[in-house]
Design a protein around this ligand. Structure first.
Ligand SMILES: Cc1cc2nc3c(=O)[nH]c(=O)nc-3n(C[C@H](O)[C@H](O)[C@H](O)COP(=O)(O)OP(=O)(O)OC[C@H]3O[C@@H](n4cnc5c(N)ncnc54)[C@H](O)[C@@H]3O)c2cc1C
Length: 225
């Protein structure tokens, strides 16, 4: 069999600021960095937790990065909290808002754009006081904040363990099984089905579908022997 990894699973992070956002769920675009030419990106719910990050976007990405996390070490995720906008567009949006209300406090000025707790954390990371007036923010600081909103880095150190995983990645090698009958080439008379085979799918019922379909095929084959 191949090596086994937990899949469709939350990821751990040692970024301490994440603890301040425990329980907050946002809509976000998350892209994994450091995987060479492969683009691993998903846009969906992102949940901050005491151990790291979870939510549909993380579970979906996890299946594509757990091998790297386990074999090669931590990775960086870049999170856009306004997935439809570039950093430049967010900068312009902030400028427009702040020109209209120059005496508004920074924390309040982000209401409606970002979750209040997320806004506080981002401002702190940008070295800005939530209670400062927007009129006092420099162009450089505005650019930095826009960059954080569209590419917030999160260092993930590994997947949570199998107890928290929805699926096992890896299993009986598919090249050792007849794809038509699911009979083992190595041990004739032995049939495989479901998650024990090196097959896994994204969220959305694909793992159930594989378990049921392969069980139907393997069971049918055994019944005819
Ligand atoms: C929390 C959670 C949520 C999930 N949600 C989804 C979802 O929404 N959609 C989706 O597609 N997939 C989902 N999955 C994945 C899906 O449940 C599995 O991929 C699927 O059930 C695998 O089916 P299986 O028959 O191969 O294995 P299993 O369902 O694990 O069945 C294996 C069975 O074998 C039994 N067994 C183990 N060892 C022995 C032994 N030595 N002797 C006898 N019996 C034994 C076990 O008790 C178990 O009943 C989820 C998984 C988890 C954990």
């Amino acid at each position: 069999r191949t090596a086994l990894y937990p899949g469709l699973v939350a990821l751990e992070s040692d970024d301490r600021w994440i603890r301040d956002l425990q329980g907050v769920k946002v809509w976000a675009r998350v892209e994994a960095q450091g995987l060479g030419k492969a683009t691993v990106v998903d846009t969906d719910d992102l949940l901050f937790a005491k151990y790291g990050v979870s939510g549909f976007t993380i579970l979906n990405l996890s299946a594509r990065i757990v091998r790297h996390l386990r074999e090669e070490g931590p990775l960086s995720l870049l999170v856009s909290l306004l997935p439809d906008k570039s950093a430049e567009e967010v900068g312009e949006l902030l400028q427009t808002r702040w020109q209209r209300h120059p005496h508004r406090e920074l924390g309040l000025s982000l209401a409606g754009l970002l979750h209040a707790k997320v806004a506080r954390v981002l401002l702190a990371r940008a070295g800005l006081e939530a209670s400062a007036l927007v009129a006092g923010v420099s162009k450089r600081q505005r650019r930095e904040l826009a960059a954080l909103i569209t590419a917030l880095p999160i260092r993930v150190t590994g997947p949570r363990n199998f107890d928290y995983a929805e699926v096992t990645i890896g299993g009986i090698r598919t090249d050792e099984i007849d794809p038509h009958t699911l009979q083992s080439y190595v041990a004739p008379g032995l049939y495989f089905a479901g998650e024990m085979v090196d097959v896994h799918g994204d969220l959305g019922g694909y793992n159930f579908q594989w378990a049921w379909s392969s069980g139907f095929v393997a069971g049918g084959q055994v019944a005819t022997r």
